[in-house]
Design a protein around this ligand. Structure first.
Ligand code: AMP
Length: 216
């Protein structure tokens, strides 16, 4: 198994990009945010522990998220590539991941940074809408549903994620700057960082080219 870490601010397009790349068989998208939201919805012990941190835009404890990611990798060992979206989120988590990969013989191919200016990020997040029933994502500016406020996939009424409100978004960007930004230096020092300009629309071809370069 290969791992590609997706780095970038909330709203930089990691989720949209990963969903696109994961259409290829054998490639999977692991979003720790989605994994946690699923756990909260299902009311599992991990979900109960995570709920308060998530609603206030803070990070859940490292040990909790490391356990969830470790379980996922173990249960999906047959996949050829896993795109990690949202993990690691800080340097201690990067060290936990390095240990986990060493133990399981999984290869880290690169950390791919989607570079997007803050104002674009804020604009994108404020347009974001999700379906509470099936999880499909939309954006009123860039990916509007066919019918205003209604999910194209299952017909449920779309909502704004609890942590996509302007105050929480500002706080999440601060958490990103303080905790996740140092990861860029961490992977750069190790020669693992690749940077892609994430401000335009069609990202997947740019990323595919960057990943292909790694193979050649
Ligand atoms: P996201 O969907 O990636 O923006 O994540 C939503 C929320 O889930 C974050 O604001 C955190 O509360 C939590 N979360 C997701 N991934 C992690 C992680 N690797 N470490 C700690 N908290 C996380």
């Amino acid at each position: 198994m290969n791992i590609v870490i997706l780095l970038g601010a909330p709203g930089s397009g990691k989720g949209t990009l990963a969903a696109e790349l994961a259409k290829v068989p054998g490639i999977a998208h692991l979003s720790t945010g989605d994994l946690l939201r699923g756990a909260v919805k299902a009311g599992t012990p991990a979900g109960v522990e995570a709920k308060g941190y998530m609603e206030s835009g803070n990070l859940v404890p490292d040990a909790l998220i490391a356990r969830m990611v470790g379980d996922y990798l173990e249960q999906n060992a047959k996949l050829s590539t896993v795109l990690l979206d949202g993990f690691p989120r800080n340097v201690p988590q990067a060290e936990i991941l390095a240990e986990l990969l060493q133990k399981t013989g999984v290869t880290l191919r690169c950390a791919l940074l989607l570079d997007v200016p803050d104002d674009v990020v804020v604009r994108r997040i404020s347009g974001r809408r999700v379906c509470p029933k099936c999880g499909a994502g939309f954006n009123v500016d860039t990916l509007p549903p066919k019918q205003d406020g209604i999910c194209d996939v299952c017909g449920a009424e779309l909502v704004v994620r609890k942590d996509d409100t302007p105050e929480t978004v500002r706080h999440r960007l601060e958490v990103y700057a303080g905790q996740t930004f140092p990861l860029i230096a961490y992977y750069k020092e190790r020669g693992m960082l690749r940077v892609v300009d994430g401000s335009g629309d069609a990202l997947a071809p740019k990323v595919e080219a960057a990943l292909k370069e790694l193979h050649d």
